[in-house]
Design a protein around this ligand. Structure first.
Ligand code: HEC
Ligand code: HEC
Length: 372
């Protein structure tokens, strides 16, 4: 994703809604045993009307800018972020056959996709390298609101401008009343578009996989899944849990950044080091959540692995030693966890138990019927 710095003059003041205006507060349903620290900016409280508007905008392909030779070509957030693939683009996307997307103008994104799952619990930084975080000195690099604008304007994504996005949306008759319901007046502003889509993003909570039901004591894991869980959470086993959670962290990630021994030469210039300038972050990226990992192939920041078997083989015997490898990669001296074929099968069975079909099919997250 290209980070575009928007001059602050663009953020003109939206009109003040009338005194009586009150949208309906949106009650986030936090699954049992999930963290309760939420990343919601004070100036964008979630409302039912705001979330609804955000869902429409997320799925509206008219929000794109450039349309090349074909004025009918559309691109929305959901062109790349597809619900059934955990809001990634998947391997059988009609355009992104390598799982590595490109924008409306044909320019590839720097990294492969990230899922849009449980973003509201991430307080450490968004994107593969965490370059968007709450304390960022630039107020336009702090939260999901800012990512929305980046995606709308980035050349490798929707390649529009704030003015064009506003003009397009205010001329579509369904929208002004929805803006009024969400924000008190019909006025369409880029800030309101950002806020509404960010509100919708924060509702994308996944907490009902088979593994969750096991943790809540209402469903059993199969013997293989259970053995895989033990491998996942023990240092003698596959030792995955330090970075991908699960010892009391059901997000299946710490949302922290690690060099997980993928490479011996580091060529991607947008790694964690590019954000912190700390040499120990060379080649480090965020450990993504393993929820719904079954459907979010391809894997890693560059999408190099197409299957979970390839990922497991990598952690088992494919690690590359460099001085930058994170100390929590305890198996580095052996080149990996050295799993037997049976253990690999069990670990995979456990990873598959993290698929949350309710989330992937939830109609509240799907495309509204009356959009083109
Ligand atoms: C061309 C494909 C494409 C489109 C269109 C697109 N995205 Fe993304 N999105 C990506 C990729 C690739 C990443 C990972 C970028 C990175 O970290 O370098 C990403 C990352 C994100 C993230 C960060 C997730 C995380 O956990 O850090 C959010 C949030 C997001 N996109 C929201 C949106 C929204 C909202 C829109 C529409 C306004 C949108 N995206 C449009 C490809 C796309
Ligand atoms: C030291 C921390 C660490 C440990 C230990 C670790 N991982 Fe990871 N994992 C990461 C990081 C960081 C990434 C992303 C790396 C990248 O793309 O460069 C990742 C990526 C992945 C991915 C791909 C995610 C995606 O959406 O692309 C899977 C699957 C995965 N790990 C599974 C495991 C399994 C299984 C284990 C145990 C055998 C494990 N990890 C151990 C840090 C770790």
């Amino acid at each position: 994703m290209i980070l575009v710095l928007i001059v602050s003059t663009l953020s003109c003041n939206p009109p003040t809604p009338s005194e009586e205006f009150k949208a309906t507060p949106y009650e986030l349903q936090i699954p049992k045993y999930f963290p309760t620290l939420l990343n919601i900016p004070d100036d964008n409280p979630m409302t039912v009307e705001g979330v609804k508007l955000g869902r429409y905008l997320f799925y509206d392909g008219r929000l794109r800018g450039y349309s090349g030779d074909n004025p009918d070509s559309l691109m929305s957030c959901a062109t790349c972020h597809i619900q059934e693939y955990g809001f990634e683009c998947g391997l059988d996307h009609p355009k992104y056959t390598d799982g590595h997307p490109y924008g409306i103008k044909g320019k590839h994104t720097t990294h492969s996709m990230l899922p849009l799952i449980n973003l509201v619990f991430n307080n450490k930084g968004y994107f593969w390298n965490g370059s968007v975080y709450n304390e960022h000195p630039n107020p336009q690099m702090r939260n999901i609101e800012d990512i929305v604008l980046m995606a709308i304007v980035a050349e490798d994504e929707m390649f529009s401008t704030p003015e064009r996005a506003v003009k397009t949306i205010e001329n579509i008759s369904i929208y002004p009343p929805m803006f009024k319901a969400a924000f008190g007046t019909e006025e369409v502003t880029i800030e309101r578009i950002q806020k509404a889509i960010a509100q919708f993003m924060r509702t994308l909570i996944s907490g009902n996989s088979k593994f969750d039901r096991y943790i809540r004591g209402i469903e059993q894991l199969s013997p293989d899944e259970l053995a895989g869980f033990v491998l996942f959470t023990t240092e003698e086993g596959a030792d995955c849990f330090h970075c991908h959670g699960s010892d009391g962290n059901l997000l299946m990630t710490t949302n922290d950044f690690y060099n997980n021994a993928l490479d011996s030469v580091f060529t991607n210039l947008q790694d964690r080091y590019s954000v912190t300038q700390n040499p120990s972050d060379i080649g480090a990226f965020r450990a993504p959540t393993l929820r719904n990992i079954e459907v979010t192939a391809p894997y890693m920041f560059d999408g190099r692995f197409k299957t979970l078997d390839e990922v497991i083989d990598f952690y088992s015997e494919g690690l590359h030693y460099t001085p930058y490898v994170h100390p929590l990669m305890h198996k580095i001296a052996d080149g990996g966890a050295m799993l037997t074929p049976r253990q690999k099968r069990q670990l995979k069975a456990f990873l598959l138990s993290l698929t949350d079909h309710e989330f992937l099919n939830n109609p509240e997250f799907s495309k509204p019927d009356n959009l083109p």
